[in-house]
Design a protein around this ligand. Sequence first.
Ligand SMILES: [Cu+2]
Length: 474
Amino acid sequence: MATGWLIFIAIVLIVVVLFQVTRTLDLVGQLRGGERTTVEMTRFHAMLGLIFIALGMIGFFYSFPLFSDRMVDKHSSNNAIIISKMFLITLWVTGIVFVITNVLLFWFAWQFRHRPGNEAVHFAHSNKLEFIWTIVPTIVLTGLVVFGLQAWTEIMGPAEEDATVVEVTGQQFFWSSRYPGPDGKLGPRDNDLICADNPLGIVTREWVEHRRVTLAGSKKLNHVGEIEVLQNREKEIQELIKQYTAIIDGSPNKYIVAATQDTLALIEKELGKIPGKITIREKALDRINKKYTEEYIAAHADEFTWGYDDPMPSEVHVPVNKQAYLKIMALDVLHNFYIPHMDVKMDAVPGMPTSFKFTPLITTNDKRQELANNPAWSIIEEGDDKPRYAKFNYEVACAELCGTGHSAMKYTLVVDSQEDYDKWIAAQASKWSQVAGSLKLENGFSKYAPVPAPATPMATTTTTPSDTITISLK
Ligand SMILES: [Cu+2]
């Protein structure tokens, strides 16, 4: 640190000295007058330019080996290799152009400096020059774009047949993941079916009926739907407004009046929002009723069973050295699924599924072993019993500012050996089939019976938590 400051101060002093020398020469020249001084000054300045570019170039090339260890981490995925290859190609091309143009710039200033009898050539236009400086960059840039497109398709193109498919969904402020179960198929999703019990809106016969019941209510199940709850709340507030207004008009106590006015303002605000909430639910119910007719359900009977066996684990696991294909979605605002170690980053956009693929090259365990050699990772932090490397995990971070909880929106990626992965996914699937089994229809529709919860008029988003369905709420 101290050396850095010393070098900085030395450079500043050299600049000051040069400035003073120039000024002195200038003043001496003014005293002497005439052409000789101009020639000397120009020569001096052109020389400074040459020194500048020479030192600059030495510094430029010296910095590469000096900082190379800080530039790229050891590659943890094939994407890192693809991207750093592209980066190196671009660096070489632009580096060569940079060196040639800058050396020429200062060399020309030296070579063609003012000298007595030296006349500059003037020409207004040259087709040949225009042609050269249009064609050469065009060819070079086209080449770079083609390399870029190649890298793009390698990361974004269709996945291999046997790739591990994972669906991740971002919402304020967490990630959830879903795997195709033993049937190898991810169940379809529908945002209209999203409720507290079915946070991803997975489409099965039961979830469709569940959402109908939670929206419209059911006499048979003794359950009041969300729409009715809201309507009741609306009436309740209107009644309260009358009572509060009477208090405000009639009370002689100014403190009671003020407090009542505050409460009144709050419930009026709530009342203002209710019609919008009702409309959203009515529209969703309308779409559900129009779409999921008995004929539609019968025609898609197969598809509607895919969702039963899809495990939704609390972290993403993928096997090493095998392609992983990630389907990315968002439920509310823009998020971004970013795994720094794997060099993958993708926006999660509501209403527009995105995807990418990558092949992890080193398991989490091997990465820990690798980090054990790094002094910074070998320390045991206060309050811990293990060194840092033992707790290393590939971290997924939301890379799109998405609200107040953005910084906490993290997730874990575990790269397993094929053997470990097979065990893990089998355990997930069997765990899931036990709970999801209770969702399946046994003797037709009547088997489905959400346990009705007493409707609470204060709650505006009441759903029916039921023994058979809350399992998806992990
Ligand atoms: Cu986010």
